[in-house]
Write a protein that binds this ligand. Structure first.
Ligand code: GLC
Length: 613
């Protein structure tokens, strides 16, 4: 490039500045932050898709994919292989500029105003930016709707998977997943990062409650039900995409092996023979693939010292070839950067092992640079690129992203609907497990004269709901959540002649044993993932004192435990006549009183071992 009319000094200035912005005549590539961003060619013939086969919903998916693949530039293909957290998008035009193919809401990452309408408007805004690109490929927007669309205030909050595991009821689980998908789709979010198919063996793991429990067959049965309930066919496409996660063996991570100094088990190591890994942990994924899984999320565990995200044998030889998985593999949060020492080597290893979409989740420019470099020098082949993008596009077409009508405000009425809350109540009811019933302490009569209620979980929707509820780690309180607390459910269940008195700490002025029944609702504070890794899950000293106070002031003590896993109560349970495990029931606590007062029998079975004596 030569500009004779410019003086020498100005030339130096120009070329100094242009070292940041390099404009190459061919293709008008603009290099900014080292990313070669092709100038937008939206007016070119290539972008004229009026009668392009890929927009024709009457054609078979493979024909639409073939046509679209033939139109994509390498730059556009790379953009399909990354999923980023929505808070890294400060201007939606970044989605257009970088041809980004997927976004997610990390736990609790929602619009400023947490309402269903604001969620819908936020997602629609991102989709408009995606459709401003040459080929107008819609975004896949994913979220952890793992117990209802519970990041959204007002949504029905279903019991967590551990409670669904206690029901063992695949028809119920399918209906819960279907209802959750309906509430998600109403906000324009068509990708759920569930079901969790981990098979936990150490309940000290913070993710225990995200699983259906430690029985492999039950996990497989309920996992397939949840997946198929999520992917209910609507017209010719899935309502919402499910995600079979975390491939593979996360439930066997060993205590004390976490790579993260804040955790004990999460991001830890699995030491297992392949035979045992297959028997206990592969079977649910085998069933999920056979049952129609389109997305598998690889977890951040290491197996015998090798990081799952970079394990070609697991991801390609077993999952894609042996099980015949034809969907796409998405890495877990930063998982693709935990495989090797440098981000570049780690990314290359992950993609070549079989990861098709990288949850980066914030550094998409870094991803683009590394991918351009790896494709340029052959560390990642064009064939691997095309295989990954073809898988992703196939799933996008199967999810109807190119064809489904834009969600409207009218559709939001399904969120938190009476029908869904009734379903949640049924799920709560069927998940209750009777741990002890001395002298038929339970069920309770609805017409006793006096009931006292106390405990940290008695009037606390946040504790009922647990983690992944409007915030990643959940909330300890009622803040804006909608639903029925256990205290409210008790008041609604009893006769008009029954007096219900509540005091959180158990302070009651009546004389000893003045109440006919004392109900202490105790258990765990909300938590999620590694932050819930706990050396000895047990009741807090405050809860134990509250139970003692309630016992002293009532003729019959009932202990209701709100927790994501078994708690160590061996030293105390002999003093408690009636004890029930309510798990993390979510917004509809009336399901608890349905069995507490005998309208329904206890039918829940322990999904994980709970040593009581
Ligand atoms: C988390 C979890 C995974 C979740 C993902 C996106 O770290 O491991 O289960 O789906 O990130 O939030």
């Amino acid at each position: 490039m030569y500009f004779p009319h410019i003086t020498k000094n100005k030339k130096i200035l120009f070329f100094t500045i242009s070292s940041v912005f390099l404009i190459i005549g061919v293709g008008f590539l603009v290099v900014k932050n080292n990313v070669m961003v092709p100038a937008n060619d939206i007016l070119s013939e290539r972008c004229n898709q009026a009668d392009a086969p890929y927009v024709d919903s009457m054609l078979p998916v493979f024909e639409r994919v073939d046509d679209l693949m033939g139109r994509l530039t390498e730059w556009e293909k790379i953009g399909q292989m990354v999923i980023i957290e929505k808070n890294s998008i400060h201007d939606p035009s970044e989605i257009t500029k970088y041809n980004l193919g997927a976004l997610l809401s990390g736990g609790g990452a929602g619009p400023k105003e947490d309402t269903p309408l604001a969620w819908l408007q936020m997602v629609n805004g991102f989709q408009i930016a995606a459709k401003n690109t040459c080929l107008k490929i819609p975004l896949l927007y994913g979220i952890d709707a793992i117990h209802g669309h519970a990041n959204v205030l007002g949504a029905t909050v279903f019991p967590h998977a551990i409670a669904l595991g206690a029901t063992g009821d695949s028809n119920l689980v399918r209906r819960v997943a279907d209802a959750t998908a309906q509430e998600m789709a109403a906000t324009g979010i068509y990708w759920s990062f569930s079901p969790n198919l981990d098979v936990p063996r150490d309940i000290r793991w913070g993710k225990t409650y995200e699983t259906f429990g430690s029985n492999t067959a039950n996990v497989a049965k309920l996992g397939v039900a949840y997946l198929q309930g999520t992917q209910v066919p609507v017209n010719k496409y899935f309502n919402v995409l499910a995600t079979a996660k975390h491939f593979i063996g996360g439930g066997a991570m060993e205590y004390g092996t976490s790579r993260n100094k804040n955790f004990k088990i999460e991001e830890g190591n699995i030491t297992l023979s392949e035979k045992y890994l297959r028997q206990t942990h592969l079977f649910p994924f085998q069933e999920a693939v056979a049952g129609g899984a389109q997305v598998v999320m690889v977890g951040t565990a290491t197996w015998n010292g090798v990081n799952n995200t970079g394990n070609h044998y697991l991801l390609t030889d077993i999952l894609k070839k042996e099980l015949g998985f034809s969907g796409f593999v998405v890495s877990d949060w930063y998982g693709a950067y935990q495989v090797s020492y440098t981000r570049y080597d780690s990314l290359v290893s992950s993609i070549n092992a079989g990861v098709d979409m990288v949850m980066t989740p914030f550094e998409y420019k870094d991803f683009m640079v590394n991918m351009q470099k790896a494709l340029g020098n052959g560390d990642i082949t064009k064939e691997r690129l095309d295989d990954a993008v073809r898988r992703i596009l196939t799933v996008k077409f199967k999810t109807g992203l190119f064809d489904r009508p834009e969600p409207t405000q009218e559709g939001l009425s399904v969120i938190g609907s009476a029908a869904h809350r009734a379903l949640a109540r049924e799920a709560v009811r069927k998940s209750q497990v009777l741990l002890k019933n001395e002298n038929s302490a339970l069920p309770l009569s609805k017409s006793v004269s006096k009931i006292i209620v106390a405990g940290s979980g008695a009037n606390n929707l946040g504790r009922q709901a647990g983690g992944w509820t409007t915030e990643w780690q959940g909330i300890d309180g009622n803040y804006g959540l909608t639903g029925t607390t256990i205290l409210e459910a008790i008041k609604s269940a009893v006769s008009q002649h029954t007096s219900v008195e509540y005091n959180k700490q158990g302070y009651f002025s009546g004389k000893d044993r003045f109440a006919d029944v004392g109900i202490a609702v105790v258990g765990e504070k909300p938590y999620a993932e590694g932050w819930g890794d706990n050396a000895n899950p047990s009741l807090s000293p405050e809860d134990l004192v509250t139970i003692q106070k309630v016992k002293a002031k009532s003729k019959k003590l009932i202990v209701v435990i709100i927790s994501g896993r078994p708690l160590d109560i061996k030293k105390y349970i002999h003093e408690w006549p009636g004890v029930m495990a309510s798990w993390l029931p979510g917004s509809e606590a009336s399901g608890i009183t349905d069995v507490l007062f005998g309208d329904y029998y206890f039918t829940g079975q322990l999904p994980v071992a709970w040593p009581l004596y």
